[in-house]
Design a protein. Structure first.
Length: 379
């Protein structure tokens, strides 16, 4: 990302001919698949179906009220004309809107040192939202790699089937870390629902760690059992303050060598205020990640020594001139553990969503009681 935030491409006037040329260039270069037109075709079909239903229902009623004959036919033809015009206007607006959106986001990304992609199917990321459901895809993806890799995108996946099919909408920011860290989740209290967390996974409450100050009022922090002191090392008071000040409405996940920020809303939009907020969040966190990346898992060193394999840095230096060849000239961090996380710290243990289960149980009991006539017996 560039050092200065430039939102102007999101709102500046655009020329239609330039937008059309940009769309053709994206498809020709392979940045946008040629199959993008399929979405427009589907939209057209949907509009036509809706128009057909409207014509048959409303048009039939109007024709009946007009008592048939030539007058009724004219009324039906008028309704048909209105529907046809609506279909044409809808399709044109859809095509122009998607092309202008692509153009604006592409220029916005370039102005801020990033690259934009229209779609990334099934992104291979380890975060909790990425391995759920089907039809997984990220859209309007913006990526930058200065000073480290950062990705902003909208994300969709579906669960269930038939009438129970649900599409889940997320926005995410993915930040690449220089070394793996323990699996830690910050569940933002401010975006939870009636039945608790809005996250797609539930974690064992025995893994919840209480931190000092007001942090617990804003986030529920989960870390693997035995990694409590490691979490305290990572979440120092100054880092906790940054999360509270900048990301109190975002869920956070640290997993492997990634930091994710989540919310159930689109992140990649044409709204300058949304981008200003997201850039401020990332900027506030980036200069603290170096502290995190100095963390090492002492369990890896213990396992290495138990296996009888001393770290390479602890071995005497090869023959050479002066004190550099002496055993006691080894660096101070000779026995520093390697980068990585022991198996027990790589993933949190799942839990049970008791509030939701209890609520469903209460509803089921009430429904069953009504069907069985229990409440009638109490009269």
């Amino acid at each position: 990302m560039s050092s200065s935030f430039d939102p102007r491409p999101l709102t500046e006037p655009v020329d239609r001919a330039t937008v059309r040329a940009h769309r053709r260039q994206l498809i020709a270069s392979g940045r946008a698949p040629r199959g993008q037109g399929a979405g427009i075709v589907i939209a057209v079909v949907v509009i036509l179906v809706v128009g057909f239903v409207f014509l048959n229902v409303v048009g039939g009623v109007i024709a009946t009220l007009a008592s048939g004959g030539r007058g009724g036919a004219l009324v039906v033809l008028g309704v048909l004309a209105v529907v046809a015009v609506g279909v044409v206007v809808g399709v044109v607006a859809l095509v122009r809107g998607s092309g202008a959106r692509w153009y604006r986001l592409d220029r916005f990304a370039a102005a801020n040192g990033m690259t934009w992609f229209p779609r990334a199917p099934n992104p291979p990321l380890p975060g909790m939202i990425f391995g759920v459901g089907s039809s997984r895809a990220a859209s309007d993806v913006l990526r930058g790699d200065t000073p480290r890799f950062v990705e902003f995108a909208n994300y969709r996946y579906t669960t269930g089937s038939g009438k129970n099919r649900t599409t889940h909408r997320w926005g995410y920011v993915a930040i690449k870390l220089a070394s793996p860290l323990p699996h830690i989740v910050l569940d933002a209290e401010g975006n939870n629902g009636l039945f608790g967390s809005n996250l797609p996974r539930v974690f064992d409450r025995d893994q919840r760690l209480s931190l000092e100050g007001d942090f617990d009022r804003h986030f529920a922090l989960y870390c693997p059992a035995g990694y409590e002191q490691d979490a305290l090392y990572l979440f120092t008071p100054d880092i906790m303050a940054r999360f509270i000040d900048h990301a109190a409405q975002l869920d956070v996940e640290i997993v492997d060598d990634w930091l994710f920020l989540y919310a159930k809303r689109d992140f990649s939009t044409l709204d300058p205020a949304t981008w200003a907020w997201l850039f401020s969040v990332v900027g506030a966190l980036l200069d603290k990640l170096g502290q995190w990346e100095r963390w090492r898992d002492d369990r890896l060193a213990s396992a290495s020594l138990a296996a009888g394999a001393a770290p390479d840095a602890a071995r005497p230096a090869t023959a050479g001139a002066g004190a550099a060849s002496l055993p006691f000239a080894a660096p101070l961090d000779a026995f520093r553990p390697p980068a990585g996380v022991a198996p027990q710290g790589r993933r949190l243990q799942g839990g049970v969503a008791w509030p939701a289960i209890i609520a469903v149980g209460v509803v089921a009991v009430v429904v069953f009681s009504f069907q069985a006539g229990f409440f009638g017996l109490l009269r």
